[in-house]
Write a protein that binds this ligand. Structure first.
Ligand SMILES: [Zn+2]
Length: 382
């Protein structure tokens, strides 16, 4: 095997890994067939991936007392050894785990601490936490960060709720803790990557996270869309006519100021003339009948999301976040229906709008595989 594989070999290897990410498990013959490679070509790449600890063989399954003949050993992404450190830098909490190449289905966090408000304190906490997770020499460290992130330059451009991160050298901090390459991932992109392989209809989609803020990410060809600017899919910062609220981005009237948790609470305060209401009151207010202000807010969300679907020719939207998880079905059904009605493709065929759980840790492992295992010669990463 040459020290630096050919570009064709890298491309073939990436195709195989994509397939395993989506199918979970497959035999050598199935992998060769699905990727259009000859069996010897696929077999050689698989052997090398097994040797490197990226892929592993599953023992043949026994059904009852009968062995299922010899169906050809199944392969999957390796589950045994943690290879990535994944970290969520959240406004409230920082959470971290050491995870293997097989990404977990549900959220998995081993250690968490309250996010401090300085870079130095955060680094100190990370040092302490690093001892509690089981990985000494990870292949890479993946960090999800809220706000607007220039992933290529590893810089946080705007983070209204974590201002210190805008001036911090997060890559440098993480490299003091783990001797490994570091990848910054914008929070909503980590959530979008977490959807890859998590459901069968894994084609292009627009991910919308409605939580403390309103974030968006467009997934095309199994990758977060990256244009010339270090931002895309930011539907939350579309100005809504008639809305004058100031936004954390510096703008005015953004969708986020209406549809985020804080925005919904503010609307209920204004309509009930009660300053003490909380998100629990917002949830209660939508229990039996949707208040008109909430319908107007969801219509605004639908307008922005459907504009994104129309613009990119994408037929699927995935909604995640604390707001959609917390609200009763009366409210989420209205939101889903409003997006479906507004998207132009619904005149021709179904537009799929689904609610999904947040799979941030999964998304960070997928980012780790895409950025640090797929495009490079993995053998240099051991
Ligand atoms: Zn804004």
């Amino acid at each position: 095997m040459p020290a630096i594989p050919s570009s064709l070999r890298i491309a073939n290897q990436a195709t195989l890994l994509e397939h395993l990410l989506e199918r979970k498990a497959a035999s050598r013959a199935e992998l060769a067939k699905a990727t259009g490679m000859s069996q010897p070509t696929a077999g050689k790449i698989i052997d090398d991936l097994v040797h490197a600890g990226v892929v592993e063989e599953i023992k043949p399954i026994e059904v009852g007392r009968q062995s299922v003949g010899r169906p050809g050993k199944q392969l999957r992404l390796a589950t045994s050894r943690p290879r990535f450190v994944v970290i969520e830098l959240g406004v409230e909490l920082t959470r971290l785990s050491a995870l293997p190449p097989a990404p977990p289905e549900a959220e998995r966090w081993e250690v968490q601490f309250k996010t401090p408000n300085t870079e130095a304190a955060w680094q100190e906490k990370l040092f302490q936490s690093a001892e509690k997770i089981d990985v000494k020499r990870p292949w890479a460290v993946l960090l999800s960060v809220p706000g607007i992130v220039d992933e290529r330059a590893s810089r946080v451009l705007l983070s209204p709720n974590l201002h210190w991160s805008e001036h911090a050298d997060l890559t440098w901090v993480l490299r003091q803790v783990w001797p490994a390459p570091v990848g910054l991932v914008q929070d909503v992109r980590a959530l979008a990557l977490g959807e890859l392989g998590a459901r069968p209809d894994g084609d292009d989609f627009l991910m919308i996270n409605i939580d403390e803020g309103v974030g968006g990410a467009l997934m095309l060809g199994r990758r977060p869309y990256q244009g010339a600017l270090p931002m895309s899919g930011e539907v939350g910062h579309t100005p809504i006519p008639g809305n004058t609220r100031a936004c954390g981005c510096g703008g005015r009237g953004c969708l986020e100021t209406l549809a985020s948790e804080r925005g919904l609470i503010q609307s209920l305060r204004e309509h009930s003339k009660n300053q003490a209401v909380t998100f629990a009151d917002v949830v209660r207010s939508a229990q039996n009948e949707l208040p008109s202000w909430m319908r107007a807010t969801f219509d605004a969300v639908a307008m922005c999301v459907s504009a994104g679907l129309n613009l990119y020719g994408v037929r699927r939207a995935v909604l995640v976040g604390g707001v959609v998880e917390g609200l009763p079905s009366l409210a989420t059904d209205y939101l889903v229906g409003a997006i479906q009605r507004a998207a132009m493709w619904s005149r021709f065929d179904a537009v799929a709008v689904s609610l999904a759980p947040r799979r941030r840790s999964r998304g960070l492992v997928v980012a780790g595989i895409q950025r640090f295992v797929m495009p490079n010669d993995w053998s240099r990463k051991r």
